[in-house]
Design a protein around this ligand. Structure first.
Ligand code: CXF
Ligand code: ZN
Length: 386
């Protein structure tokens, strides 16, 4: 077996531990995998910490994606560059980095525009199972290819294209800032960049998982006067209050539709409704909960190719619905500054970390998330015994 010492691995295949899901909803097997050296414009990262996000669960549990297995999931992570491929000039071994699931090439028309964080060359990474360049994964088990998923960070080492790698201040604790790789950042950005709300705004947040609670926390910081949390899990009432909700509504226990209740509570509807579930019916309900004239629904939840049906008359009366990926943040341009804000204590992620577990206990971490008993579980990779 190759050793995983930084100094001896450059240019070689690394054998290391990864959590391989062999079938949809199947247990993760923490086993040896082979990780190729990075090709041109790619970076091999030693993952130090990876948290779990709902999208990992969504794609792992989807039976219709059985053909994409075996697969290495994980995308909310932090690590250290082990080696870089030909042509990489802005990263080198030892750099502390966050792999981000959406890329920034800094050349395309989207990257050139301050209006979006899309990138036409490196959009959402590897939903396809292979690298953008050649469709191959860089992971294998005894010669059998193992599919990727986004950054494939449930592995001691991963390989990603340069556009998905963000260099950060090495002073930042990787076990904390790994959370900036997805959900928390999506929620914060939806409030700061997309809503740009004024103090006193009224807000409804549908879904009080990590993303929803990040919206709640940030809306409170921006001076929202009322923050109505909506969730059908009763325990979310207290948790939501800790993050800043002023009211809690459980649609299952109300005797009227939740949008009607919200319109009554706010005398016409909220200024901003955030959908953090990923359900088209909830998106429509969020839209129904908004104020005429200016009420804005911001969709953060991911619902695949689903269609939302909304009454057009409300569009004519000035309501709007917009969506955002990763809070509108451009990974390379904006994320290093978010890390600095964390270091200055202007941005907090600790509250979202409910569990820390060794990587080898990844199956427990999944169960916690599936049961709704965790926000973020951070997996630590320092427990591998060779
Ligand atoms: C999602 C966005 C849609 C595709 C999969 C990843 N973001 C993060 O969880
Ligand atoms: Zn995610």
């Amino acid at each position: 077996m190759e050793t995983c010492e930084e100094s001896t691995t450059i240019g070689k295949v690394i054998t290391c531990k990864a959590a391989v899901a062999w079938e949809p909803k199947g247990e993760f097997v923490v086993q040896d995998v082979q990780v190729e050296p990075p090709h041109a414009m790619e970076v091999r990262i030693k993952v130090t910490h990876s948290s779990l996000c709902r999208s990992d669960v969504f794609f792992w549990a989807n039976e219709s994606l059985a053909h994409t297995f075996p697969r290495i999931f994980g995308h909310e992570a932090a690590g250290i560059v082990e080696s870089v491929g030909e042509g990489i000039t802005d990263l080198r071994p030892g750099d502390h980095v966050l792999p981000i699931f959406t890329g920034e090439c800094r050349e395309c028309k989207y990257c050139a525009s301050p209006k979006t964080n899309l990138c036409s060359k490196f959009g959402v990474a590897s939903l396809e199972t292979g690298m953008k360049s050649d469709g191959k994964s860089r992971f294998s088990v005894q010669g059998k290819p193992i599919s990727r998923f986004l950054g494939s960070t449930f592995s001691e080492y991963t390989v990603v294209e340069y556009a998905y790698v963000v260099k950060i201040n090495p002073a930042a604790p990787l076990d904390k800032v790994c959370l900036l790789g997805c959900g928390v950042t999506a929620g914060i950005g939806a409030v700061r960049k997309i809503a740009q709300m004024e103090a006193g705004a009224t807000v409804a947040v549908f879904g009080l998982g990590t993303v929803g609670l990040a919206v709640v926390k940030e809306a409170k910081l921006q001076g929202a006067s009322r923050i109505i949390g909506v969730d059908n899990k009763a325990s979310k009432a207290d948790e939501g209050k800790r993050f800043g909700i002023t009211d809690f509504l459980n649609p299952d226990t109300l005797n009227k539709p939740v949008d009607e209740e919200i319109r009554e509570l706010t005398e016409g509807g909220v200024d901003f409704a955030f959908e953090c579930v990923g359900n088209p019916n909830v998106m429509a309900t969020a839209f129904e909960s908004c104020q005429d004239g200016w009420g804005t629904t911001i969709v953060i939840g991911v619902a695949g190719r689903a269609t939302v049906t909304i009454p057009t008359r409300y569009l004519l009366s000035g309501r709007c619905m917009k969506g955002t990926l990763y809070g509108g943040y451009k990974p390379k341009t904006d994320v290093p500054e978010l890390v600095e804000q964390y270091l200055r204590k202007d941005l907090d992620v600790e509250e979202f970390i409910t569990h820390n577990l060794p990587f080898t206990r990844i199956n427990e971490a999944f169960k916690l998330l599936l049961a709704g008993d965790s926000l973020r579980t951070v997996l630590h990779f320092d427990d591998i015994i060779r």
